[in-house]
Design a protein around this ligand. Structure first.
Ligand code: GLU
Length: 376
């Protein structure tokens, strides 16, 4: 299969590792390289694409700011170093994107934020709002609070989860190598770059080895793990070299890289997940007008809901039924059952008054809704 083109994608996550971003001797940000990357990001952004960055570097930067000696850090030491480094990291991104008139929004996530449905919906809607405002979310793991048992520990897999959470159609892992090789290229002169991986087989996994540099946690292995997460959820992934200036432009110009293709697209993959694998916790009965709106691809608003049954929590799956009780679809509801009951039939602008908080305008957002799960 031919490789896709960078410009075909509309929502792109770019993962930048510590070893690219931070000079390992000086312990400081590689400013010229980063400025060139920011120019590439600005170019994609100008073209109307949503761009998100997953950036490592907090521990490495904190370490140099605190003048800590070389060598491995204990968990609490790396957490404290991250606390110092993350401030510097966020400031750096804010400045380099600001130079292109792009606002950067810092998001620090933990494993639970991406895996627990309620928190997942929160993180996802914050990211969605930033993108709507044309800001660029800059995401890292919240290293200062994440302990070993509950952390990702590597930003490759974190970036893959963020990409699937935000329904991105492409994840780019900038690496110190330009892609996946048939054998370790350093020690094997016959090693060949694999341009396209159509599915991650045991053979592909075998090629990944275990390498990783001192500064970055991930080697090829965590990148392949990331590839599995991304491609199974409808996100294409590519690994390309970040060692050159303007690495994204190089990809756009057809430079060397490895594509990991997904057979699905993110919205259909997500919808399949909603339709198939979730146990509905309740039912929303909606009026005829809302049935028409949903079938036309719109979100479900509180105004269209006439009855709420079941004890569900925000983020749970619910069945949506028409006035004649036929199933119209299924979706992830944005309110707890009690709140949903209070705001049913009301306009979105009344929601604030009734609940005393500014909630979501939708009862079920159209991205979280699958219409036509059962014959009408
Ligand atoms: N979150 C870590 C940091 O910012 C990096 C994890 C990784 O390098 O993959 O230092």
């Amino acid at each position: 299969m031919a490789s896709p083109k960078l410009h075909d994608f509309r929502r792109i996550v770019v993962k930048v590792g510590s070893s690219l971003l931070i000079d390992s001797h000086a312990g400081e940000v590689r400013a010229d390289w980063l400025a060139a990357l920011a120019a590439d990001i600005a170019e994609l952004h100008r073209g109307g694409r949503d761009v998100m960055i997953v950036s490592s570097g907090s521990i490495a930067l904190g370490r140099s700011r605190l003048k800590l000696p070389r060598g491995p850090l204990k968990l609490e030491e790396s957490q404290a170093a991250a606390a110092v480094g993350q401030i510097a990291l966020a400031r750096t991104w804010s400045e380099v994107l600001g130079a292109h008139d792009i606002g950067a929004g810092q998001i620090l996530v933990t494993f639970q934020d991406t895996e627990e449905r309620r928190r997942y919906l929160n993180a996802r809607s914050t990211i969605g709002k930033l993108l709507e405002w044309r800001a660029v979310p800059v995401i890292n793991e919240n290293d200062t609070v994440a302990t070993n048992e509950i952390r990702y520990g590597d930003n490759d897999r974190l970036a893959a989860r963020v990409a699937t959470m935000a329904s991105a159609d492409l994840l780019i892992l900038l690496s110190d190598i330009d892609g996946l090789y048939t054998a370790p290229p350093g020690s094997n002169p016959d090693a060949q770059l694999i341009p396209v991986v159509e599915s991650i087989t045991a053979e592909i996994e075998g090629m990944a080895g275990a390498a990783g540099s001192e500064l970055s946690r991930g080697g090829m292995r965590t990148k392949i793990e990331a590839g599995k997460i991304a491609t199974s959820a409808g996100t294409h992934m590519l690994i390309a070299s970040g060692k050159i200036d303007h690495p994204l432009k190089a990809i756009a110009d057809g430079g060397p890289c490895t594509w990991f293709l997904t057979p699905a697209n993110p919205v259909t993959a997500r919808k399949r997940w909603i339709a198939g694998s979730l146990e509905p916790k309740g039912t929303l009965t909606i009026d005829a007008g809302a049935v028409v709106a949903l079938r036309a691809g719109k979100s479900l608003l509180p105004a269209g809901v006439i009855r709420v049954d079941g004890q569900f929590a925000r983020g749970d799956a619910v069945v949506v039924r028409g006035p004649d009780t036929h199933e119209i679809g299924r979706g992830l509801v944005a309110y707890d059952a009690d709140d949903a009951d209070k705001i049913k039939g009301r306009s979105s602008s009344d929601v604030m008054m009734i609940l005393g908080i500014t909630g979501r305008a939708e009862m079920i957002h159209r991205d979280d809704l699958v219409v036509g799960t059962a014959p009408a």
